[in-house]
Design a protein around this ligand. Structure first.
Ligand code: BGC
Length: 761
């Protein structure tokens, strides 16, 4: 009876969705039927740096976009990249998406999306340029902090509620950067070569979830190339996969300056061209050059000559109208809100739940005696980390620095002093300040001397949002921490054995000093409430529960993109590509060939001119590790990892019972065996025991974050779906599950399996 009722309700839901869709389509068609050719074409290119026009005559408003994804960016000048310097555009800076991913809490992603959408709505923005869901392939990628880690299922589970929450305000998500934009070096042209299997299993997976499950209303085409064609107007990525295969009915928006060709833009599915003749951030387009855009006059002329079928013109304009109807013209949109107490509290909560405790010999939570002396060291304790980093920069209304957070929390009972320890220069795009060594030496010596005379040192360092750090437009140059920090940290640890390390970054880094560190806290870019959230964790007011969304390997070469050499990262000129692996430029690579080669360390590859590549000059790269990215690679080659994917400590302890399976449902009991309340992320990975192709040892399929009081236990369950068993068979272009036995791993991280069960399919 209950089932039947549910079915009826579900079909009603479906009907009402369909009715809404029908109504929307009727409006799109009604508008199209009234529009001139000129008006239709005009919808498809920018009118200012961040806005595109509507149709004034018909009451269709403009479309205002804004970065994204961690808050609503400050206003930018109408026709340049300069800040507009308004006084009323300060926002709540939410933690970076890496931090959101590290919460492993989809409910927080839903709140994040809803609230960032409310801020966008208040600022009258209809498209928020985010979330970013590119895969963490190399720890050098300057934009990893804007993405959600190395695992496509984690990124998918987190981006879907973000998008739904955001769009519930009538503000469109613009999921970026579609696709294969996993690095910033050569980002404006690098031609990425990848197998279909890796494409579907890893790189497209979160985009698929964003569009099909999240219902994203727009997608941003990336700068790079794929199969010798710019991604932003790439026939295969956009027309064949996104629009035909996945049924995406929204608009494809170019990244700023990512369009390069009129014909391709017209016929390969680009719907809105933004930022042309700029490299995305620095170059200035000549004022009022909008009519020179690829989808402007040149497009119109082709239409007038009858070279563009009406169906193409109407499809493009129709998609833009649909986007405007869903957002700027949506009835019953709320008015939004900025900097509400709820937003600030949620930003803090996400930060608390995303911070990852990596090491602790018991010094944390910090409970200093009255009058204890605490020295805070490190530039990141006082630096604004909302500024810089490129387009995701934010002007936070209030940014609580770590120093302020520590002072507020401990300053009543203890003395809190501060030493900078190192400096880094301005947060600038495309430039890094050169500072004299003598400055580093004197700051280091001062901090180390001060460290000798205190009870505790809290070091707050890591990366920042400078060029060549966690910043758009460039990648990091080394795996080590910058600005002489390795030496500084080592000397601090030697000077005071009670030195707690807090590292802020959106990336993994080397830790030559780790063995002598009593505690290490991984902080991400935490936004407005950074200092409060850090103090909450350090003091134990909140029990840490974040888990790494990517692996912290020992060495750069443990990441296969680097192990492969320049062909894998950052790319080489086409004549240096290995012929045996490459095949024809216009065809996807062969996954099995790549994997077999990878297994042999790519020793069998020859470097010769690839037939069929013609005069191509742009750097190309091969995603030669194929599907074995991150822990999939480390697992397969049994490589020891410093801190595995999914890892994070707590102030309490959890005991896992023996998992059982009944039918398709795996159950495991988890108990809090410690003294404080805490949260655990129970992870379920699936591995195919015997397959006809190379498969990862195990892949994350499900997770659940549970809260447990001391002594409390809960049973966590996971029901295996057919999809969880499948790999992408590129010869059949289909997802396939092979018969046989699968192992389900119940784990506390990719390297901490608590129990296994078998499942026969
Ligand atoms: C970035 C995008 C951003 C756009 C607008 C580009 O440089 O790649 O992520 O949304 O600029 O600022």
């Amino acid at each position: 009876m209950k089932k039947i009722l549910l079915l009826i309700l579900a079909s009603f839901g479906l009907l009402s969705v369909r009715a809404a869709d029908k109504e929307l389509e009727a409006k799109v068609q009604a508008l199209l039927s009234k529009m001139t050719l000129e008006e239709k074409v005009r919808l498809s290119y920018a009118q200012t740096r961040f806005m595109s026009p509507g149709v004034q005559r018909l009451g269709v408003p403009e479309l205002y976009t804004s970065d994204g994804p961690h808050g609503v960016r400050m206003e930018i000048q109408t026709h340049s990249w300069d800040h507009a310097d308004w006084t009323n555009d300060s926002c709540t800076a939410f933690p970076a998406l890496t931090c959101l991913a590290a919460t492993w809490q989809p409910q927080l992603a839903a709140q994040y999306g809803r609230m960032v959408g409310e801020e966008a709505r208040y600022r009258n923005k209809s498209v928020l340029l985010g979330p970013g869901v590119n895969i963490y392939r190399t720890p050098l990628n300057g934009r990893n902090f804007e993405y959600m880690g190395e695992d496509p299922i984690l990124a998918s589970r987190m981006c879907v509620p973000y998008i739904q929450g955001l769009q519930s305000n009538g503000v469109a998500a613009c999921v970026k950067h579609y696709a294969l934009n996993e690095q910033e070096v050569f980002r404006n042209h690098v031609d990425v070569r990848v197998s279909d299997r890796a494409l579907y299993e890893l790189y497209l997976r979160p985009f698929h979830a964003a569009v099909v499950e999240g219902g994203a209303w727009s997608v941003m085409g990336s700068y790079n190339q794929y199969m010798d064609q710019y991604a932003t107007h790439n026939r295969r990525l956009i027309n064949d996969i996104l629009k035909k295969e996945w049924g995406f009915d929204g608009a494809v928006i170019s990244d700023w300056g990512a369009a390069h060709d009129t014909d391709e833009a017209i016929f390969n599915g680009l719907d809105l061209e933004m930022g042309s003749f700029t490299d995305g951030l620095s170059m200035e387009a000549p004022l009022n050059s909008y009519d020179k855009y690829y989808l402007a006059k040149a497009y119109l002329e082709k239409c007038r000559k009858g070279e563009v079928p009406e169906s193409v013109i109407n499809d493009k304009a129709g998609r833009m109208l649909r986007l405007i109807l869903r957002t700027s013209m949506a009835e019953n949109r709320g008015f939004g809100s900025m900097n509400s107490p709820e937003h600030v509290a949620t930003a803090r909560k996400i930060a608390q739940e995303g911070i990852v405790l990596l090491k602790n010999n018991g010094i944390l939570p910090l409970a200093p005696k009255a009058n204890a002396r605490i020295l805070v060291v490190g530039e990141n304790a006082v630096r604004s980390l909302c500024e810089g980093g490129g387009s995701s920069e934010l002007k936070a209304r209030d940014e609580v620095s770590p120093l302020r957070g520590i002072q507020e929390r401990f300053g009543n009972a203890c003395t809190v002093s501060y030493a900078k320890g190192y400096v880094s220069g301005r947060a600038m795009f495309g430039q890094a300040d050169e500072l004299p060594q003598s400055l580093y030496d004197s700051l280091r010596q001062e901090a180390v001397e001060m460290a000798k005379n205190v009870d505790y040192v809290i070091y707050v360092g890591g990366l920042n949002k400078n060029h060549f750090q966690d910043c758009e437009g460039g990648d990091r140059l080394t795996y080590n921490l910058p600005f002489g920090q390795d030496q500084l940290v080592a000397e601090l640890l030697a000077a005071n054995k009670n030195t707690i390390l807090v590292m802020v970054s959106g990336n993994a880094y080397d830790m030559p000093w780790l063995a002598s560190a009593p505690a290490l806290v991984q902080s991400w870019y935490l936004g407005s409430e950074s200092g409060h959230a850090l103090a909450d964790i350090i003091s134990g007011d909140v029990c840490p529960s974040g888990k790494l969304p990517f692996s912290f390997a020992y060495r750069l070469n443990d990441y296969p993109a680097h192990k492969m050499g320049a062909v894998g990262y950052p790319g080489v000129s086409p004549d240096k590509l290995p012929q045996t692996l490459t095949g024809k430029i216009s065809q996807p690579l062969n996954s099995e060939l790549l994997l077999q080669s990878a297994i042999k360390g790519w020793k069998n590859i020859q470097f010769e001119q690839t037939p069929g590549d013609g005069a191509k000059k742009d750097e190309s790269q091969i995603y030669g590790e194929d599907i074995l990215v991150g822990y999939r690679w480390l697992d397969y080659f049994k490589t020891k990892v410093r801190f595995p994917f999914g890892f994070g400590l707590s102030y309490t302890t959890f005991q896992y019972g023996k998992p059982t399976i009944q039918g398709r449902t795996v159950s495991v009991e988890v108990k809090n065996t410690g003294k404080v309340a805490g949260q655990e992320v129970v992870q379920f990975y699936v591995g195919d025991d015997k397959a006809s192709v190379v498969r990862p040892v195990k892949e994350l399929k499900h997770f659940d974050k549970i809260a447990l009081a001391p002594g409390e236990s809960k049973v966590v369950t996971y029901t295996i779906s057919d999809d969880d068993l499948k790999y992408f068979d590129e010869t059949r272009h289909a997802w396939v599950a092979e018969n046989g036995t699968f192992t389900i791993y119940v784990a506390a991280s990719a390297a901490d399996v608590k129990g296994k069960v078998s499942f026969k399919y």
